[in-house]
Design a binder for this molecule. Structure first.
Ligand SMILES: Nc1ncnc2c1ncn2[C@@H]1O[C@H](COP(=O)(O)OP(=O)(O)OP(=O)(O)O)[C@@H](O)[C@H]1O
Ligand SMILES: [Mg+2]
Length: 222
């Protein structure tokens, strides 16, 4: 479960105070799926980053299960993110020096998972995202859509209880977009995870249980 209460975010550039998110409260329970819509620059990515503890709030509280994440140290927050959260970034953030297999195995390495177990899990997930024949490719040799699928595999390899996806189908044709969505939905279903997706994609939005729009910093349920 993830919940925020009266969340505000300002970006202060010295002269102007940009109040990007205004007094936002929402809750997403286990197994629920939420689409976040809104025009470019409305604050979708900022909201996802804040909810997942990647960025600070200006004020307000965020609870992941029963933990108020504002009170956690950086170390505790990292641990909680590793245990409970999978994040698919809008711009992937893959490591260019590593190949597909190595990128996907990173969260397991950080968790000090045993080598045989890593091999089993990574191979399973590579199969699911249809990247078998790209396993040992460097990231810069992949297409945009293939990178997207590596980013998705890396985010879900730990079976996170909360999955955030920032425009996960942004670079994909409709067939691959459908596959990616089914994959996210399957993982979320089998693990009873919450799935929170920022997207412009109407087709994708329609397939989620709930939908909010960010307008002028506030959210509206539609
Ligand atoms: N670190 C920052 N410093 C100052 N302003 C920022 C910062 N990060 C984001 N912003 C501003 O906050 C606003 C919201 O950005 P955000 O990336 O959340 O939008 P978005 O809804 O995800 O847009 P898109 O659909 O284009 O991805 C933008 O106007 C952006 O310029
Ligand atoms: Mg964005």
């Amino acid at each position: 479960m993830i919940k925020c209460k009266n969340l505000n975010k300002n970006f202060d550039d010295g002269e102007n105070k940009n109040h990007i998110l205004k007094d936002i409260s929402l809750e997403v329970v286990s197994g629920d799926t939420l689409a976040i819509n809104g025009s470019s620059g409305s604050g979708k990515s900022t909201l996802l980053h804040i909810l997942s503890g990647l960025e600070n709030t200006s004020s307000g509280e965020i609870f992941i299960d029963d933990t108020n994440i504002s009170y956690l140290s950086e170390n505790e927050l990292c641990k909680l993110r590793l245990e409970k959260i999978g994040f698919i970034y809008q711009f992937h953030h893959l490591i260019k020096e590593l190949d597909v297999y190595e990128n996907i195995s990173l969260p397991l390495l950080v968790k000090k998972t045993e080598k045989g177990e890593i091999e089993k899990k990574v191979n399973e997930i590579i199969e699911k995202v249809s990247l078998n024949d790209r396993k040992n490719f460097q990231i810069d040799k992949l297409s945009g859509g293939e990178r997207q699928r590596v980013a998705i595999a890396r985010a879900i390899i730990n079976n996170p209880k909360i999955i955030f996806a920032d425009e996960p189908t942004g670079n994909l044709d409709s067939k691959n977009a459908k596959n990616v969505f089914s994959l996210l939905k399957d993982i979320a279903n089998s693990n009873n995870s919450s799935l929170i997706i920022a997207t412009h994609d109407n087709g994708l939005t329609k397939m989620l249980d709930k939908k909010i729009i960010i307008e002028n910093g506030s959210i509206h349920y539609v």
